[in-house]
Design a protein around this ligand. Structure first.
Ligand code: NAD
Ligand code: UDP
Length: 317
């Protein structure tokens, strides 16, 4: 098969690239390297089944030959990043999704859209099930991302109905693993970096808000299963084991034998109070469930950050 991955030089995209290449297929990565990096794909650079094109997917896509599956992952994903690029975030999740969808239609390809648990906003019911419609502030701190992703879901649903687009929507819950940028502001990569440097672990609010963390290999396996199905979704993918942010800070401090203090900073506005996926639909329709526990996953992140720490500190200095 021949697969296109927009955002393929990012955290999830590079792991999905590895999985598909390891399955023996071809991958064309389209990425403008705004938050991703070619270093995420260096280990595959001489693979003849990989092509990398540095393009902005807001422009019309131009690829010769057939394409079987398009995975649309291009979008900023971290709150401190997208709140610095609000208009860009809205456009990548609207204009660019239209470009990618028209490209998939033209090629007769399956399209998998990376949506997010953020479409549930600050959820009114728990755990989050796909038929819940969400509780999103349309003009709030996170609205560029949440409403952008909701628009993308609406657009692809409309194109499925009116034009027969074979689109499938996956709602991704917090995912972590190696190659998540230690400085992009997301909680696990940030706490591990702080703990390894013996700097304070910065818990926002009192740390009682919850998240459910999925290891990256589980997540990309779910994306691949979705790509090979004709399910429209939306389907949640995530690990249903829920923990408070404060308990994650303690776990990471212990796992790194760190002397860091844990400090408390103001909670950003519209930060969801709790989040846990119901993954029954993924299990039933895709035969998917998460397999990697937090201890194993954290160890991978810690080892990866230790190995790459020096490179990162050189990069930011
Ligand atoms: P990431 O920032 O590591 O990857 C995003 C990639 O998209 C980057 O390589 C970036 O350079 C690229 N990109 C951004 N704008 C682009 C443009 N205009 N043209 C071409 N490329 C562009 O983030 P990630 O964590 O890998 O997230 C990937 C996708 O998954 C995103 O759509 C995100 O919304 C979604 N998602 C991720 C998570 C998570 O926990 N990681 C959770 C929910 C949803
Ligand atoms: N968080 C934190 N300290 C940090 C970064 C994040 O306490 O240094 C909190 C954040 O407020 C949120 C949770 O950790 O409640 C997860 O944040 P992340 O940005 O990783 O993901 P999201 O908020 O998009 O779920």
């Amino acid at each position: 098969m021949r697969c296109v991955i927009t955002g393929g030089a990012g955290f999830l995209g590079s792991h999905l690239t590895d999985l598909i290449l390891n399955e023996g297929h071809e991958v064309i990565v389209l990425d403008n390297l705004s938050t991703g990096s070619l270093s995420n794909l260096f280990h595959q650079i001489s693979n003849p089944r990989l092509q990398i094109k540095t393009v902005d997917v807001r422009e019309k896509l131009d690829i010769d030959g057939p394409v079987d599956i398009v995975f649309n992952l291009a979008s900023p994903a971290s709150p401190p990043v997208y709140t610095q690029r609000r208009v860009e975030c809205l456009l990548i999740n609207s204009e660019a999704v239209l470009q990618v969808a028209e490209f998939a239609l033209e090629k007769g390809a399956r399209l998998v859209q990376a949506s997010t648990s953020e479409v549930y906003g600050d959820p009114l019911s728990h755990p989050q099930i796909e038929h819940h419609w969400g509780n999103v502030n349309p003009i709030g701190e996170r609205s560029c991302y949440d409403e952008g992703k909701r628009f993308a879901e609406a657009l692809l649903s409309a194109m499925r109905l009116e034009q027969g687009l074979n689109a499938g929507i996956i709602r991704i819950f917090n995912t972590y693993g190696p190659r998540m940028h230690p400085f992009d502001g997301r909680v696990i990569s940030g706490f591990v970096r702080q703990a390894l440097a013996n700097e304070p672990l910065t818990v926002f609010g009192d740390g009682s808000q919850t998240r459910s963390f999925c290891y990256v290999s589980d997540l990309v396996r779910g994306l691949w299963l979705m790509g090979n199905s004709n399910q429209p979704g939306p389907i949640n993918l995530g690990n249903p084991i829920e923990q408070t942010v404060l308990s994650m800070a303690h776990l990471i401090k212990e796992s790194t034998n760190s002397e860091s203090e844990i400090t408390f900073e103001p909670l950003p506005s519209d930060d969801p109070v709790r989040r846990r996926p119901d993954v029954s639909k993924a299990k039933e329709l895709l035969g998917w469930e998460p397999l990697v526990g937090i201890d194993v996953g954290l160890r991978e992140v810690i080892n990866w950050q230790i190995e790459t720490q020096r490179a990162f500190s050189e990069q930011i200095s």
